[in-house]
Design a protein around this ligand. Sequence first.
Ligand code: PLP
Length: 390
Amino acid sequence: MDTKFAVSRRGFVGGVATALGALTLEPDKFLLAQGVGSQQPKIGGEAEYDAFAKLAANENPYGPPDSVLQAMTHAMKYANRYGYPDGGIVEEIAKHHGVKPENVMIAAGSGEILDVVGSAFASNGKKAVGVEPTYSQVYQHVTSVKGAAITVPLREDHGQDIPALIRVTRHNYRDVGFVYLCNPNNPTGVVIPKQEVRQLLDGIPEDTPVLIDEAYHHFVESPDYATSVPYVLEGRSVIVARTFSKIAALAGMRLGYAIAPRELIQQMRPYSTGTINAIVKHGGVAALRDTASQAQVKQITLDLRKKTVGQVQSLGYSVIPSETNFFMIHIKRPVQPVIAAFQQRGVLVGRPFPPMLDYLRVSVGTANEMDRFMVAFKEVMGTATSGSRG
Ligand code: PLP
């Protein structure tokens, strides 16, 4: 699942946040700003959908491996039950991370975890602090529960401005419900180096929860990056969100989880629906155990990313170095018509990410999908210097 709404910079700008170069998005204004509507393409039936090269939502194009399919097929016998053996999914996640089951909350996708955190910590006038652009579902949800978002722009190099996030959090301390870090960030694919994560945690009041979204953790190679799960073990106010939608190819089955100190999990629990289907719980256990399949998916994805990025660069376009299963091309022209032109050629690419409106986000699909992308790219964009970019 990808977020459906464009974030606009139109919003209420005021107070301390403005003085700090940050932008406060108040509930009404922010919802209004989203009102540009869904950027998701209108697609007809199944056949039409299947025919597209699907490079818009950072999914795993290969589908679950046999080990996971077998586990889910086995669990189908519980499809008619409310109560069923759940395969031990919570215990398996806890074991995987070296935490206790009380540190784990499962949800229908990590998107539900992001919503739960928003409802628990940033409703009714409280604020989420983070960068823009990022995975904006977080800000949309807090505004829908009468909270708000304070966002700071990315740095020139597309990194997250940690000193600015610290300043904004400290200045708005009483109002800040939580800080959101997407690491690596969607849509840029850029990681926050581990020492900068620590800098943030050390620089803000220790009781301010920090939600660290590691949806793309499994694709990262950079030695600068580290998961933030150890901070949970240290007892810091850190909530790590993970998903089975990306490397594990279970986006349509909906499974994600949070790792956090017990006290934070307890505050979050009342806001979770607890409705995760029987089938995916068993699939999730198998996915965590099948590390070989995940390593294969990672390798092929990174190989195809490297190949496609090289092809795009050889046409004269720059690409933001990515640590994920997607990458952003600086197309230097408005992205919305380009997205439409790709769709006409049977290729779905990422939505616009304001304010980076002259960048195109492309997910890494299969080899065939990437070939189709390059054919369309040459038609739609030409070379950066050819003048055929009209
Ligand atoms: N977080 C990030 C950064 C994402 O990109 C996505 C989906 O694209 C999600 C969370 C939500 O994923 P899901 O709800 O499928 O786990």
